[in-house]
Ligand binder design. Structure first.
Ligand SMILES: NC(=O)c1ccc[n+]([C@@H]2O[C@H](COP(=O)([O-])OP(=O)(O)OC[C@H]3O[C@@H](n4cnc5c(N)ncnc54)[C@H](OP(=O)(O)O)[C@@H]3O)[C@@H](O)[C@H]2O)c1
Length: 237
């Protein structure tokens, strides 16, 4: 069993929403809080962690740019000399016409290629017993109508997890955390979201923050979970 004390965790897209929930819930570790445009939210998150006596640092990077990803890992290597957990959380969720080529490229770049490049850099500084979590959603199994690029990107990432686990074994474990309906997406009202929850989620509610964090924590702490997908969806129909 891996414990988080003395571990260094990178969470991409940590400043708000699910990234923020994970950051606050995993704050017994040392956190690298990656953000891109949400600087105020990132600083406020760091302030909250400071108040709790948790160790964290901020790093801004556009993950669409491979050079910026290199700089992020140069920073981690210089400051901490290691990384124990990588959580590939940052992603886009853009409705798009089938098939808008620019959107397809940027979606695949952010949702698939960036997590893979992060994993490649991470593996170089990860000690034995480290792990990588790729956050995916139900579209990896069954495409969402109107989200062709997104669904393809998450399905490919789900598969990439297995390929990475094969490459990085036995020292580094790689798993997917597949989320169901967690938070209304931008532009979705709470009311519309509640209707979706009623239709698709057997427990008929959103998860608590603690339930979300426990999903990630189990993948980090249980050294025998590898090359698989854990679903956190309340029972999906
Ligand atoms: N929300 C849900 O109910 C739900 C359900 C299933 C799965 N998921 C998955 O869970 C994860 C988090 O979901 P979420 O709804 O919290 O995500 P989100 O708010 O849509 O995006 C998370 C973060 O991604 C970062 N990001 C976007 N473009 C970027 C870029 N070019 N470079 C670097 N970072 C970039 C943003 O950082 P900045 O804000 O700093 O720009 C953003 O805060 C995603 O992988 C998503 O697919 C979410």
């Amino acid at each position: 069993m891996t414990t988080l004390k003395d571990k260094v965790i990178l969470i991409t897209g940590s400043a708000q929403r699910i990234g923020r929930i994970l950051s606050l819930g995993l704050s017994d570790a040392t956190l690298i809080l990656h953000y891109h445009t949400s600087q105020d939210e990132a600083q406020s998150l760091k302030g909250e962690l400071d108040k709790r006596g948790c160790r964290s640092s901020l790093f801004k990077a556009d993950l669409l740019c491979s050079e910026n990803i290199s700089k992020l890992f140069d920073y981690i290597t210089k400051k901490y000399g290691r990384l124990d957990v990588l959580i590939n959380n940052a992603a886009s969720y853009k409705k798009g016409a089938f098939l808008e080529e620019d959107d397809f490229d940027s979606c695949l770049q952010l949702n698939l290629k960036a997590p893979l490049i992060c994993a490649q850099h991470a593996a170089k500084i990860m000690p034995k017993g480290s792990s990588i979590i790729n956050i995916i959603d139900k579209s990896a199994n069954k495409p969402f109508k109107g989200f062709v690029s997104h669904s393809i990107s998450k399905a490919a990432l789900m598969h990439a997890t297995k390929a990475l686990a094969l490459e990085l074994a036995p020292n580094i474990r790689v798993n997917n955390l597949m989320l169901g309906l967690i938070l209304p997406s931008k532009g979705h009202t709470q009311n519309a979201f509640d209707k979706l929850v009623e239709k698709h989620v057997l427990v008929n509610r959103q998860p608590t923050n603690q339930e979300i964090v426990e999903g990630a924590r189990s993948l980090i702490e249980n050294d025998f979970i590898n090359s698989t997908t854990i679903s956190l969806d309340g029972g999906w129909i």
